[in-house]
Design a protein around this ligand. Structure first.
Ligand code: FRU
Length: 509
């Protein structure tokens, strides 16, 4: 594949051909970040799920590998996770050569068609050669279905304090926690969430991990819960809860729980319940974090599927569908709104840095072309800006455009106190009624300076505002890449305090 087709992202992970959705089995092992993904190799729409596979040394440049898991008599292979069984607790490898173990959902469509409710079960597979070859466990499934239609997406992690494995499983409207000493026999410990958070759709793809509270000696647990539909700007999205996990149950931090009760920060509230969202854009779903990242690294590394079930099957790409977000580090921070998870692009993005230009401090009273000032243009870049002295009810926007009158606007609306992405005129959108639109996100920071970082590929923008406390990810399909960047003072004026644009090399160059 040339990987140069229209809309082919140039530094985000895409499948060479065929359909892709959720990231699966993210695990670090022997110098490689593994990325598996929900994959239909025979079509560009969702269908019988396989686990596609790729590896990377930096989460930016990827080597595509053969399909890791194929459907079998128990079903097709839905989402799940992978671990390295370091102590060989499963007995499926040896201590010298610990097995990589994938824990995934079997989806048995034949049973579903018969009207049964128990068609989703959990199975495992193991690899003794760094994920190159996989063997399904002979006594699958390891977790049978108790008669619940939505029973899937196991995320397994090692619970050091209790020397056992914990599985977070999405069960319709809640998360169930199971424990195991050997990854083969699982015991139900507790359920969380049926009565809290956003419930506009079914709960899917959970993740549970510990994070230090930045600037303190405290640690808290974070529970990611993907939900579809019910996201604040429509369709699928990722909410989270902050609290404590004691090996059996997850309990919300009282302050975090209180912040859930406050007045919704974004207009759309589903069923009167508001969630707290990792990303307020339309296109970051089913994201989870990498297992087994070395302690000396210390980062919690996240990546999501850069699409939305509202239109994923009909976006205008021909040979493949969907991409992943850029890999991100997650940190837990105290903000005026409460404890919040901040995301920023991984530092490895710098591996693609090329030419850069640093802007001088200057006022913006109407429009200012950054790309003219930098006197280079590029379809793929990392733009970092600090804006200040915004007039009281002023609005600023960063406009990414092409010469075909197509554009996407990233801005701040001071009267609402919200950031937004406006992709109404960003190119092709007729494939779906609810693709075009403006997507809002609350500003959590209160500082007078607006630090903004935009990571722009030929068909996507990822906005990290206020050090990643507010994040918006949106895709778009312009006829030509958005190589013009302008700052616009919509009402009032502001100051460009500092700024830098850096072009990003294509991972296919
Ligand atoms: C989330 C999801 C998962 C499921 C998978 C099927 O996008 O619906 O719950 O395992 O996709 O492809």
């Amino acid at each position: 594949e040339s990987m140069q087709e229209p809309y082919r992202l140039q530094f985000h992970f895409t499948p060479p051909t065929g359909w892709m959705n959720d990231p699966n089995g993210m695990v670090y092992h022997r110098g490689e970040y593994h990325l598996f993904y929900q994959h239909n190799p025979d079509s560009t729409v969702w269908g019988p799920m396989h686990w596609g596979h790729a590896v990377s040394k930096d989460m930016i440049n990827w080597e595509h590998l053969p399909i890791a898991l194929y459907p079998d008599s128990l079903g097709t292979i839905f989402s799940g996770s992978a671990v390295v069984d370091v102590q060989n607790s499963s007995g499926l490898g040896t201590k010298e050569n610990p097995p990589m173990i994938a824990i995934y959902t079997y989806h048995n469509a034949a049973l579903e068609q018969k009207g049964r409710d128990d068609f989703q079960t959990q199975g495992i597979a193991f690899s003794l050669d760094n994920g190159r070859n996989w063997t399904k466990y002979k006594n699958n499934p390891v977790l049978k279905n108790p008669g619940i239609r939505d029973f899937r997406d196991p995320k397994v992690s090692w619970y050091e304090e209790g020397q056992k494995w914990i599985m977070a499983l999405a069960v319709k409207d809640h998360i169930s926690f199971y424990s195991s000493k050997n990854l083969l026999d699982w015991k139900l410990e507790s359920d969380f969430g049926a009565d809290v958070g956003a419930h506009g759709g079914v709960w899917e793809c959970p993740d549970l991990f510990k994070l230090p509270v930045k600037g303190t000696k405290e640690e808290k647990w974070v529970l990611l819960v993907n939900i579809n539909p019910g996201a604040p700007n429509g369709g699928s999205g990722t909410q989270y809860f902050v609290g404590n996990f004691d090996g059996k149950r997850f309990e919300m931090d009282p302050q975090f729980a209180a912040s859930l009760q406050r007045k919704p920060l974004v207009a759309s509230t589903v069923n009167g319940q508001e969630g707290i969202w990792l990303d307020y854009g339309r296109d970051n779903y089913a994201g989870v974090t990498w297992a087994n990242v070395p302690e000396r690294d210390g980062r919690r590394l996240f990546l999501g599927w850069m699409s939305n079930w509202d239109y994923a099957n009909v976006v205008p790409t021909e040979k493949w569908r969907s991409a992943m977000t850029i890999a991100r580090t997650l940190e837990l921070e105290n903000t005026p709104a409460g404890l919040r998870v901040a995301s920023m692009p991984v530092k490895e993005l710098q591996n693609l840095y090329q030419q850069s230009y640093t802007f001088k401090t200057q006022p913006v009273t109407s429009t200012l072309s950054l790309t003219e000032q930098a006197s280079f243009s590029t379809p793929t870049y990392d733009l970092q800006l600090e804006l200040e002295r915004l007039s009281p009810d002023g609005q600023f926007a960063i406009e990414l455009s092409n010469d075909k009158d197509q554009k996407v606007l990233i801005g701040f609306d001071a009267t609402r106190g919200q950031y937004y992405i406006d992709r109404r005129k960003a190119g092709s959108h007729t494939f779906s009624d609810n693709f075009g639109g403006i997507h809002y996100a609350p500003r959590l920071a209160t500082g007078a300076t607006f630090p903004l970082r935009l990571v722009v590929d030929v068909a996507s923008v990822e906005v990290f505002a206020d050090g990643g406390k507010t994040v918006l990810t949106d895709i778009f399909f312009p006829d030509e890449a958005f190589t013009n960047v302008r700052l616009i003072a919509d009402k009032g004026s502001f100051n460009l305090a500092s700024g830098k644009i850096t072009s990003l090399r294509s991972i296919y160059a």
